[in-house]
Design a protein around this ligand. Structure first.
Ligand code: ADP
Ligand code: ZN
Length: 432
């Protein structure tokens, strides 16, 4: 049931056939909403998948403008759940689900977990936030569907996390990559060695950009396999793309969404292999399908077939959002470039923040890195050397000259949800 061979290994023409059918169903359903009744006024039937390109895009702005019910396609009495973004700047984006939507989502997240090797006899600890954020509830129902004993512990309280892991023999954990590092340090402080004292086998890590280097670090620290997991609330939440055991890119479940990559400036569709903005059309949603939704996430579709046998295409690790890009003295930099550099220097701590300031009309990029005695036990002179080494490597990676400052372990600001890495102090600007 969780390994759906006919669907997951279908040929391209079979995939396109069911996608076309589902797309047309979605279009006719979408037109029941206020927004799409206008947006798709002149669209009737799409004859082939290529024609999707002729339909207009949907943006986050459209969703906000459609607040609260502009995208709803069913009677409110059919809606059983609402999720929403925080909406600190203006209207929040609200996403609705029917009972069928929740079933479909649970099935797809169960498929993800099964793909990564989770089974009925596993014990699953979900450290993602429960509530309006989709990370917690999204995988919760998939895990129960798979039959795992599910511990809905939610985020934070590290001591409690590893107490549960120890006492209930947790084997599978859903966790933010930034929190996985913090949790490890907390375990260390309390003398818990996850490799010896716990039974952990699998982490699902996602919800925020992270590097291959950080994944390897997490795998090494805990002695397990960490699988990258991608999703966004507008298309349900976690489970939309997921790594298989090959661990080289995430399969996009093409019976759930149709992926495209576009050039964010010209809006042209790019061929597989080229990096651009990820655009998704949900073809298996009832209450609130979105058509050609611009995710703002940057990635590329991997053109090669995966050796695992699944034919649903894969996306490369997300580089960040288009609006995560920092422009420092005219040079474009993504936070993951800084992370990659830091992760490759074993003596450096792994927790960091990036600050950008303006001084004498020039941008200054400063990176604060936590240092800890497990990775570094040298003299002050060695520390100065390490600082210069990291600065040189950061310069080589980014093309600008960042300043590195070391701070004590545990002193950088902690966020309970997704990590906030970048503090742009040049002007107070709010993106959301
Ligand atoms: P918000 O948009 O408020 O962060 P979501 O929970 O819907 O709310 O977050 C979805 C976004 O999180 C994605 O669009 C993407 O930017 C990021 N994201 C999710 N999974 C991953 C992942 N595995 N790697 C990188 N970024 C991710
Ligand atoms: Zn695969």
């Amino acid at each position: 049931m969780f390994w759906q061979k006919e669907i997951e290994t279908a040929s391209r023409s079979e995939i396109e056939k069911f996608q076309l059918q589902m797309l047309n169903d979605t279009i006719s359903r979408a037109k029941k909403s206020k927004f799409y009744s206008k947006q798709l006024e002149n669209v009737n039937i799409v004859k082939n998948i290529e024609q999707l390109r002729e339909l207009p895009f949907t943006t986050k702005e459209d969703l906000r403008n459609g607040f609260p019910y502009g995208f709803l396609t069913v009677d409110l009495s059919e809606v059983v759940r609402l999720h929403s973004s925080s909406g600190t700047t203006g209207n929040p984006t609200v996403v609705y689900h029917t009972a069928q939507d929740l079933q479909n989502w649970a099935n797809i997240s169960a498929r993800c977990m099964y793909t990564a090797g989770a089974r009925k006899n596993d014990v699953f600890q979900n450290t993602m936030g429960y509530g309006l954020f989709t990370g917690g509830l999204g995988f919760h129902y998939g895990a129960e569907k798979l039959g795992m004993m599910t511990i809905p512990i939610g985020p934070g309280n590290s001591k409690k996390q590893f107490w549960f892991m120890k006492n209930f023999g947790t084997t599978v954990v859903h966790i933010l990559p930034s929190y996985a590092l913090r949790l490890y340090h907390s375990m260390k402080e309390d003398g818990v060695d996850p490799k010896k004292d716990l039974k952990l086998k699998i982490f699902f890590i996602g919800a925020e950009p992270h590097t291959e280097e950080l994944r390897r670090e997490i795998q090494n620290l805990y002695g397990l396999k960490a699988f990258n997991s991608y999703g966004l609330s507008e298309i349900s939440g976690p489970g939309m793309a997921f790594e298989c055991p090959v661990q080289d890119g995430m399969h996009i479940w093409e019976d759930f969404v149709i992926p495209e990559i576009i050039d964010p400036d010209t809006l042209e569709v790019l061929p597989d292999g080229q990096e651009g903005e990820f655009v998704l059309t949900s073809i298996n949603r009832q209450a609130m399908p979105v058509i050609r939704y611009r995710t703002r996430d940057l990635t590329r579709i991997i053109p090669e077939l995966c050796p695992c046998g699944r034919t649903h295409r894969k996306i490369a690790r997300i580089k960040g959002r288009t609006d995560d890009m920092m422009i420092v003295n005219g040079v474009n930099i993504f936070p993951v470039q800084i992370e990659k550099t830091i992760m490759n220097i074993p003596q450096a701590g792994k927790n960091y923040i990036i600050e950008i300031m303006k001084k004498d009309y020039m941008d200054k990029l400063s990176v604060k890195i936590e240092i800890n005695e497990n990775t570094f036990d040298g003299t002050l002179e060695d520390l100065e050397c390490l600082k210069r080494k990291i600065e040189a490597e950061l310069k080589a990676e980014t093309g600008v000259s960042p300043t590195v400052t070391f701070v004590d372990q545990g002193t950088l600001p902690v966020t309970e949800g997704k990590a906030k890495r970048v503090y742009d102090l040049r002007q107070v600007k709010d993106k959301r």
